[in-house]
Write a new protein. Sequence first.
Length: 358
Amino acid sequence: MEMTLRWYGEKFDTVKLWQIRQIPGVTGVITTLYNKQPGEVWTQDEIHALKTQVEEAGLNLSGIESVNVSDAIKVGTAEREQHIANYIETLENLGKEDIHLVCYNFMPVFDWTRTELARKRPDGSTCLAYTQEAVDAIDPEKMFETLSADSNGTVMPGWEPERMARVKELFEMYADIDEEKLFNNLVYFLKAIMPVCNKYDIKMGIHPDDPAWSVFGLPRIITSKEKILKLMNAVDDVHNGVTFCTGSLGTNLANDLPDIIRALKGRIPFAHIRNLNFLSPTNFEEAAHLSSDGTFDMYEIMKALHDTGFDGPMRPDHGRMIWGEVAMPGYGLYDRALGATYLNGLWEAIGKAKERGV
Ligand code: DNO
């Protein structure tokens, strides 16, 4: 396992590479080219420049989150073939730069959905939160306006203003797409890219839908053990894997996270680990990473990853805003650094207990 932090690049992130370098046990970053639109080719030179920048700070470029998949591919429009060809070219260029992990999602219209970006917790920290009641009450086209006031002036990936300006058009594009069509389009895409993934040993990790159920009537297909296994079987290749995100799959309390990890043995190239605190099954907030601060048993989650031989990058996912930090919601330095340290501590303890047979 390699502990990493997500980094949004010099231009967008308030957190600097030199700060990440000083978090004990964090040796890499997960990043992307934020100026790229889905469907565009990433050139080898651009990737090389990004990699050099990270390495000059003493860190590894441990994976890409995300190479976004265009709506044309998700919906299966006429532009799909060109976009898949471009995606393949991007993968080829990543492979030539010795990058072997790509995270992506197949969620229609919205990437992750939260209804509050700064819910105050009893200790005065703020965190991202979700209530189904708020989603049911809001017009999806207004969602972005409601949230942007709390984004601390940052551009949140998946919620780019240009994308949100097209929400109405996007809803129309997906009008006739149900779960089955979306799933078939995903399989079509994966089958097309598997040869280049095999050639360069690039593991694709699909990000689960967040939350793990349909929002605004849109289809969602990566929400449970059964659905994920269906995808693993449809394209049965080790390069077709899952970004195991506890905070996304865990939104549905029926999902038994350690059990899903065990069922996906060998197919988890990347892990996002965070805790959630449930106030009701459809009202939850993003807690500190510690088990005692939320609902999940973080020890059991880490143990399941350890037991199944997980050896990819892991990142402490969304943290709270603490100590007066002003940063992209979920992506400040302090709470994620605490999270990394805690998760590294669990990992060390689990490993040593095994070595010593206790
Ligand atoms: C939210 C993230 C997601 C994730 C994408 C992957 O904080 O976990 O935006 O990066 O869904 O493509």
